[in-house]
Design a binder for this molecule. Structure first.
Ligand code: PRP
Length: 195
């Protein structure tokens, strides 16, 4: 018997495409609750706007907002920095913009992963131009090693879940060709799947 959520569903099947699981569902849940408690404290008396960046952020946003006891609101943007492959193209496109103005709002950008940092760098600049009261970043994973020695090294994300190894990771929102987002854990994809 395990207390890992969804354990029986994820024995075998799609899970076999992973070389290893690096963050299991229980570990992710504890970290999300911890970040939620910090946000609840940091934004006491405020009504932050939690901005999910589609599509990768959807499980993190859903779980994180349920761990924040504040009258927050939620909005979404869809941007794309990757094509169908495994490497960042460096080009950020807005596919869907916010529904409402963020003027005077305390915005928390919610992302599944900071990789090269290009997406968040672009988003933060763009959003700051719209006169919000503040803009902070909550990212579940940070692939710091990728940016070492580069201009984007420090993204200044206020809330980061885990440092992520420089591997091709999928699950909990992270995809390969649109798949694996529904895994409740995060793992390293077997190279033979994408090569
Ligand atoms: C992923 C991820 C971030 C971005 C991070 O999104 O969700 O938004 O890449 O990479 P960067 O730091 O190198 O810019 P992706 O463009 O793959 O879209 P998706 O969320 O729909 O999977």
């Amino acid at each position: 018997m395990t207390d890992e959520p969804y354990a029986e569903i994820w024995e075998g099947g799609l899970r076999n495409d992973l070389r290893e699981v690096i963050f299991d569902a229980k570990t992710i849940e504890s970290k999300v609750v911890e970040i939620g408690q910090r946000i609840t404290k940091d934004y006491a008396d405020k009504d932050p706007l939690m901005l999910g960046i589609l599509k990768g952020s959807y499980p993190f946003l859903a779980d994180l907002t349920r761990a924040v006891n504040l009258p927050l609101t939620v909005d979404f943007m869809a941007v794309s920095s990757y094509g169908a492959g495994t490497k960042s193209s460096g080009v950020v496109r807005i596919l869907k913009d916010l529904d409402r103005s963020i003027e005077g709002r305390h915005v928390i950008i919610v992302e599944d992963i900071i990789d090269t940092g290009l997406t968040l760098h672009y988003l933060r600049q763009t959003l700051r131009g719209r006169k919000p009261a503040s803009v902070e970043i909550a990212a579940l994973l940070d692939k710091k090693a990728v940016r070492k020695g580069k201009e984007l090294e420090d993204m200044g994300a206020r809330y980061v879940g885990f440092e992520c190894p420089d591997e091709f990771v999928v699950g909990y929102g992270l995809d390969y060709k649109g798949r694996y987002r529904n895994m409740p854990f995060i793992g390293v994809l077997r190279p033979e799947i994408y090569s």
